[in-house]
Design a protein around this ligand. Structure first.
Ligand SMILES: Cc1cc2nc3c(=O)[nH]c(=O)nc-3n(C[C@H](O)[C@H](O)[C@H](O)COP(=O)(O)OP(=O)(O)OC[C@H]3O[C@@H](n4cnc5c(N)ncnc54)[C@H](O)[C@@H]3O)c2cc1C
Length: 403
């Protein structure tokens, strides 16, 4: 029997995780990434529950732990930086607003790339332009490279995947109405190792988070009914952010000052809720299939779990149609739980008036009060997503030893 081949499009989290499992199982794996190199932007992401178990089975838990951001918890603050309510970091696989295992997105991507690049072929700076599935294989055309044929194709291109429309014409993103700008700015003496979060009025919020590389990750977030701001160029985005946050206090002027030069990633938050995740020999993986949004704290966990489940099915079933159907049947209930955001999100965390904000703060203070916590872990109930609501299948996938 010939070696099965797969093309994976997208080299962030889901793509390299799948590449690693399939290459180790003896598949001929090619990964194509639109950008010229691995992308470094982004902030802290949580790895929880089954996502963490997948890292363990890959032999990567210690590498990820070593790159932990050392964020010690979450403080909601007022315009003078005084804490309004304080939440501790999680202490196990699933709990806490700050997960026990927090890592910069770019660092996790690099770890997964390093883990897979010896056995999988990575092609940067290229992308798919056409897909022809004739039932026995997929002929793929690229913008730059020569056309090739693969047994299966997996799109791991994130929430706004463009190739997805070639496969599922009916793929629509459920917009949450929130824009988030993630910036990397210099660390100052005013900074600490807490995730600090200023809820403002008019749907705005400003955040600062520590990282493990000596800088600070700032976030400017706004709930808006205006659509399409994420399609502006950088100058347009900077102009909008400066106008939107001009009157906000605390550390905001410092963040706005850094906007011209700081590494910046700007996105419109949304969820992918698709009727199906495959067509013939082509499947979707990670955010391209089922982004739950940063508000869920679950997208990376879902991406790692999905990569593991999909690899297991492909290794067990020679026919990709069967493998894709089984992968979707296994993952969909978990995804549906993860995509259920808490009641009031996003509107409650992005209040319109000062009075509404006072009510949110009162709720947060109550959740952290000693009295409330006598009745159980209220903060845990508020922040911990359903990361363990899934039993990872046991699969004959070979893990690599740590170290
Ligand atoms: C630059 C960046 C910064 C992020 N920052 C954060 C953050 O701060 N907080 C957070 O919670 N989540 C962040 N995310 C999202 C987070 O990585 C995902 O929610 C989660 O980890 C699942 O990852 P994924 O691999 O499915 O998708 P993604 O992480 O979105 O990766 C998709 C990959 O596909 C590539 N790609 C897109 N289109 C094509 C194409 N046509 N051809 C080839 N390649 C393509 C992209 O360049 C990217 O490398 C960020 C994602 C990116 C890409």
């Amino acid at each position: 029997m010939s070696t099965p081949s797969v093309l994976i499009s997208g080299a962030s989290i889901a793509g390299p995780a799948l590449a690693s499992w399939l290459a180790r199982a003896g598949w001929d794996v090619t990964v194509v990434e639109r950008f010229d190199e691995l992308r470094d932007e982004g902030q802290n992401i949580d790895v929880r529950g089954t996502g963490r178990e997948v890292l363990r089975r890959m032999g990567l838990e210690e590498a990820v732990r070593a790159a932990h951001t050392h964020e010690t918890g979450l403080d909601f603050v007022d315009e003078r930086g005084r804490p309004v309510a304080r939440f501790a970091a999680g202490t196990d696989d699933t709990s806490g607003g700050t997960a026990e295992l927090e890592i910069l997105r770019g660092r996790l991507g690099q770890i997964l790339y390093d883990h897979s690049s010896a056995e999988a072929a990575y092609v940067f700076g290229d992308q798919i332009t056409a897909l022809h599935d004739d039932g026995h294989g997929v002929d793929v055309e690229f913008r730059h490279g020569p056309a090739r044929r693969f047994d299966a194709v997996v799109l791991a291109e994130g929430l706004r995947s463009r190739t997805r429309a070639m496969v599922l014409g009916d793929a629509r993103v459920h917009e949450l109405g929130v824009y988030s700008a993630y910036l990397t700015i210099p660390r100052t003496e005013a900074d600490n190792d807490r995730w600090r979060w200023l809820i403002c009025d008019r749907g705005r919020a400003v955040t600062l988070r520590p990282d493990d590389v000596g800088t600070i990750r700032a976030g400017l977030n706004v709930l808006s009914s205006v659509r399409g701001l994420d399609r502006l160029d950088r100058t347009g985005v900077v102009t909008v952010l400066r106008a939107t946050f001009a009157d906000v206090g605390w550390e905001t002027p410092r963040i706005l000052d850094a906007l011209d030069d700081a590494p910046l990633y700007f996105e419109a938050l949304g969820q992918a809720r698709l009727p199906r995740w495959s067509s013939g020999r082509i499947a979707l993986l990670g955010d391209a299939a089922h982004c739950a949004s940063p508000m869920s704290g679950m997208s990376t966990t879902l991406a790692l779990t999905g990569a593991y489940v999909l690899a297991g099915e492909l290794v067990q079933h020679a026919d990709p149609h069967t493998a894709f159907a089984r992968y979707e049947a296994t993952m969909r209930p978990f995804v549906e739980k993860a995509q259920q955001l808490r009641p009031g999100i996003p509107r409650m965390v992005y209040p319109h008036t000062r009075r509404q904000r006072s009510l949110v703060w009162a709720g947060l203070r109550t959740a952290t009060s000693p009295l409330a916590n006598r009745f159980g872990d209220v903060a845990g109930a508020v922040f911990s997503p359903p990361a363990d609501a899934f039993r990872l299948p046991d699969r004959p996938l070979a893990a690599r030893r740590e170290g």
